[in-house]
Design a binder for this molecule. Structure first.
Ligand code: ATP
Length: 269
């Protein structure tokens, strides 16, 4: 995702150094238009003591697209995820939601704006039923829409008898669906997914991919931080490879993942 620095891009050394006053004015470079609900990280830096976790990361999550971040352990994926979700404040850089700077906005306030997340370590309330857990998502989200609870339960196949069961003791695959349904019940515009396939079997991963594709087709922006490269290849419109706190390659999955992303490689950006 690296971009040429100002003055270093293609053609930067060409053209006259000065031009006559009457020469036609070249069109001023315009910032590319940003869709109103695009979540963006700009030049993010984060550190834990002496350990640099993010070293100038740029990322864009456009509506209707699945964006994946992959890379070896310790690359900085979770740190980036936390900065986007609002559970970690970067040392430098910005997080923008459309034109709004949300860098200093707490996680719950971002959820209200429509930035929802799931957790790598499942975080459902064990004594509450499936439906009660999902209802919490509707209350905390962008729109307090009671119909969204039923819709989310249906989308995730949780609208049968399981909806009335306490979540304690339910299998991991079901709990992942509960988490996702809870996030969706708030009608988010952006969905941040931290290892959504962890602990799922092949059939569950296939079903998950189908749901996530449908959400993107409906206009939701998705971020998937994931070790399951088959899922990433199947799902992502664009893949960013992180190593040592930087994005070192970006592009379509078939190009980027050929380089062996989990080993820290990756194709050309
Ligand atoms: N709480 C913490 N305290 C100190 N160092 C941390 C902490 N969390 C992460 N780090 C360090 O920051 C760097 C980035 O870690 P991060 O968890 O963001 O990477 P990751 O790509 O998500 O790794 P994984 O795939 O293992 O989850 C690593 O060097 C890690 O050891």
């Amino acid at each position: 995702m690296s971009r040429p620095a100002a003055g270093q891009g293609p053609g930067a050394s060409h053209g006259p150094r000065s031009r006559s006053r009457n020469a036609p004015r070249a069109a001023a470079p315009r910032p590319s238009p940003v869709a109103p609900h695009t979540l963006r990280a700009r030049r993010l830096h984060a550190a834990y003591g002496d350990c640099t976790a993010l070293d100038g990361v740029d990322l864009e999550l456009p509506p209707g697209r699945v964006t994946a971040v992959v890379g070896p352990n310790g690359a900085g994926k979770s740190t980036l995820f936390h900065c986007l979700a609002g559970t970690l404040r970067p040392a430098r850089g910005q997080v923008l939601f459309g034109d709004r700077d949300v860098t200093r906005l707490a996680a719950h306030a971002r959820t209200r704006l429509g930035i929802a997340r799931t957790f790598q370590q499942l975080a459902v309330f064990p004594s509450l039923t499936v439906a009660e857990n999902v209802r919490i998502g509707a209350e905390q989200g962008r729109l307090p829409d009671p119909a969204a609870v039923a819709r989310s339960l249906r989308l995730l196949g949780l609208d049968g008898p399981v909806r009335a069961l306490p979540t304690a003791g339910l299998p991991t695959g079901t709990l992942r669906r509960v988490e996702l349904a809870r996030a969706l019940a708030g009608s988010p515009r952006v969905l941040l997914l931290d290892e959504p396939a962890a602990g799922l079997d092949t059939a569950e991963v296939t079903a998950l991919a189908r749901v996530l594709r449908a959400l993107a087709a409906d206009g939701t922006a998705l971020l998937v931080v994931e070790h399951d490269l088959d899922l990433v290849a199947d799902l992502a419109d664009i893949v960013h490879v992180m190593t040592a706190g930087r994005i070192v390659a970006s592009g379509p999955a078939d190009r980027v993942l050929d380089g062996g992303a989990e080993g820290g490689g990756g194709g050309g950006a």
